[in-house]
Design a protein around this ligand. Structure first.
Ligand code: MN
Length: 707
């Protein structure tokens, strides 16, 4: 007579539970059969097949009697109107609480992970932290529902598959339930992408057949070598799960055959020293790939996972990935947090490995006890289910998922492009922070904007989202054009002046002719071209003068352009000589870059003389009020505290140190400072202060920085 599922379940629990516990499970089984009498699943099967299957997913993990009982009863309260109190009376309070926790979880609807708002997430993890068995039963419930998803509508199966992929599979992974996690992913993949799944699983079947011979050859070689060295080990071939292969193809743009090209093996030994011995033996059998060895035994992963990983050049150049670990480590890797029950039942003490997983749950529990607040909760949890993302909140409590490393500027752009472009400051958790501040889970971020603010090129060095990056680039380009046009207008005005014409006197007709001749679209374009050095101001000026009727007397022909310090990106101060107000300066128009300002005596100018660059007379406006960078070199005697004295003198003169580096030359040290000053007078003040320090031997301004 064929055995029923119910009988198999009783047999399975009898293998590891006491008779008293088995009796309770039998009672729950009878109760559940009775309660679900006449009820059918969508597939048409009797409903009772579901709770029994859920319980049977938990028996290989050796879950305790309360958990198996709760698994059998998990849908009773929901579907048949039997109260939690009644269950408590019949099966005890702990079982009733487990069932209650499960039906509460059922009421949560998770959409995609973007939509999984903090509150839902929180409830889910609350349940997990209060009693991890709730989540283990829930995962088993979900796994069985996924296995039987074929009989529900396409729309519903897709929604459930999405939810599984985004919420349940990552939780199973985080809890170290390896096989549950992989099956959940594969099944979700099957319902989300039926065609890809079909093609890939067929290809995989064929490939596995072809691989068998190579695998057995390598297995044999490894076995033999370990035997020769008297290392007792169990060696297994290891297959990637289907979705893992698919992910690898996607993320690394590899073909199916390239992914499958890698052969995986696992070596299980008795103790930790044997792990390292086996590693050495394998490295002598096949050459290791440099840089691919990872020691997760010395430094376990966050979920407690321990193993040695290495990659080898196998026979015929086949790449081989090998994991080496003890049997105990393997138990943890395979059944994760559930190995707690596996070990308890065999009376083995919980060792370090389990403690790590429990520590994680414990810290979760503690953070929950401290606050019922979602924000604080996420902060504590650090949502390590999705290790590459951080979750932050807007002031109104809306949740934003950003990649790890994202800054307040990334956040601003993810809220809205205008917020990004206008942002001037940020508050994180109500405190003002620099814009470059990296966001952490649970941060509440507020962006302060100003209507006239613009993006700063420096932002590009720290934003991580592609949206922020491309929006900043776009805005900078627009700004650069506007600023260049303003400069170009001034340059053209100056050239016209030298011809005795005023820019504002040029008639529209002349402009139209010039536009036609040059092929430019607008005056603004011509101005921008001049500012960027793509057109010569004098050429355009002569064109306009030729076309213009006004033959005004040669007026102001000084031809000097005055720097106001407000030209923005259209004017650059040369890095080689770092001119500051008060220095005699000269302007050079570089094609595509615009006006670059050097000091008269800059050595790099002498080199460039005679090239096609256009030189301009420029002077500082007297009212210029801006900080400029300048470099100085100090030779000081090597004495304790001299650097502090120097820094203090610089600060006393109201200057800022931007950068400092030094080289030691025997009993003297050369200090190179980059300082911020207003002008030459200011710099002179700084240097006067420095000369008063007895240890300072010599001070010079550096005007040509090598490189
Ligand atoms: Mn169920």
């Amino acid at each position: 007579m064929p055995q029923t599922d119910a009988e198999t379940l009783v047999q399975e629990v009898s293998a590891y539970l006491k008779p008293k516990d088995v009796a309770q499970i039998e009672a729950a089984l009878a109760f559940s059969i009775h309660a679900h009498q006449g009820q059918l699943r969508e597939s048409g099967a009797p409903y009772i097949t579901h709770p029994i299957s859920v319980a049977r997913i938990l028996t290989p993990l050796h879950m305790d009697a309360q958990a198996i009982t709760a698994a059998l009863l998990h849908d009773v309260a929901e579907d048949t109107g039997i109260s939690i109190d009644e269950l408590a009376e019949k099966f005890g309070k702990p079982v009733a609480e487990l069932v209650d926790g499960l039906s509460k979880l059922d009421k949560l609807k998770f959409e995609t992970k973007e939509d999984a708002q903090a509150e839902n997430f929180r409830k889910m993890l609350m349940a997990m932290a209060r009693d991890v068995r709730v989540i283990l039963i829930k995962l088993a419930d979900r796994l069985h529902n996924m296995r039987t998803l074929g009989s529900v509508s396409k729309q519903k199966s897709e929604r459930i598959a999405h939810e599984t992929m985004d919420i349940y599979a990552p939780i199973a992974n985080r809890l170290g339930l390896n096989s549950v996690y992989q099956e959940l992913e594969d099944l979700s993949f099957k319902y989300l992408h039926p065609n890809r799944y079909a093609v890939l699983s067929k290809a995989l079947k064929v490939a596995r057949g072809n691989r068998r011979e190579v695998v057995s050859k390598i297995l044999e070689a490894i076995h033999q070598k370990l035997d020769e060295n008297h290392i007792k080990a169990e060696v297994r071939g290891r297959e990637k799960h289907l979705f893992g292969i698919y992910q690898k193809m996607q993320s690394k743009s590899l073909a199916f055959s390239q992914v499958l090209d890698i052969y995986g093996f696992r070596v299980l030994v008795d103790d930790v020293p044997s792990c390292y011995l086996a590693l050495g033996v394998l490295h002598s059998l096949y050459k290791p790939f440099p840089g691919r060895f990872k020691d997760y035994i010395a430094i376990p992963k966050a979920n407690g996972y321990q193993s040695l990983h290495t990659a080898l050049f196998g026979p015929f150049g086949t790449p081989i990935e090998v994991q080496i670990r003890t049997h105990q480590m393997n138990e943890l890797a395979e059944s994760g947090v559930a190995s707690h029950w596996l070990y308890k039942s065999s009376e083995t003490q919980i060792n370090d490995l389990h403690q790590k997983t429990h520590q994680w749950l414990q810290s979760l529990l503690e953070s929950l006890a401290q606050s019922g607040d979602s924000v604080e909760f996420l902060e504590h949890l650090k949502v390590d289910l999705f290790p590459d993302e951080v979750y932050v909140f807007s002031p109104k409590g809306k949740i934003y998922a950003l990649p790890r490393g994202a800054t307040t500027v990334d956040f601003a752009y993810s809220v809205h492009t205008d917020i990004g472009n206008r942002c001037v400051a940020a508050k994180v958790n109500a405190e003002l922070v620099p814009l470059r501040t990296e966001l952490r889970n649970g941060d509440r971020v507020e962006i302060i904007t100003a209507p006239l603010a613009h993006p700063n090129p420096a932002w590009l060095s720290y934003v991580v989202t592609s949206k922020a990056r491309s929006e900043i680039r776009h805005a900078l380009k627009t700004m650069h054009l506007e600023e260049s046009a303003r400069l170009g207008e001034r340059l053209l005005g100056q050239a016209l002046n030298s011809l005795g014409i005023k820019l504002q006197d040029i008639e529209d007709m002349c402009w139209e002719r010039v536009l036609k001749e040059t092929g430019a679209k607008s005056r603004q374009d011509i101005f921008a071209d001049i500012g960027l050095g793509r057109r010569l101001n004098m050429v355009i000026a002569r064109q306009l003068a030729r076309l213009s009727d006004s033959e005004g007397a040669r007026g102001d022909s000084s031809g000097i352009i005055t720097l106001l310090g407000t030209e923005g990106m259209a004017v650059q101060y040369a890095k080689c000589c770092r001119p500051i107000p008060g220095d005699p300066i000269i302007g050079v128009i570089k094609s595509g870059q615009g006006l670059i300002v050097h000091t008269h005596d800059c050595p790099s100018l002498r080199k460039g003389r005679g090239s096609s660059e256009e030189w301009l007379d420029v002077v500082w406006d007297r009212t210029i009020n801006k900080l400029f960078e300048v470099s100085i070199k100090l030779i000081v005697a090597n004495q304790r505290g001299v650097l502090a004295k120097v820094a203090a003198a610089i600060a006393d003169a109201d200057s800022n140190i931007e950068n400092v580096h030094f080289t030691s030359e025997g009993e003297y040290t050369a200090l190179y400072f980059t300082l911020q000053v207003n002008n030459r007078l200011h710099l002179a003040n700084v240097m006067r202060g420095l000369r008063k320090i007895p240890e300072v031997i010599r001070i010079t301004r550096v005007k040509s920085i090598p490189g």
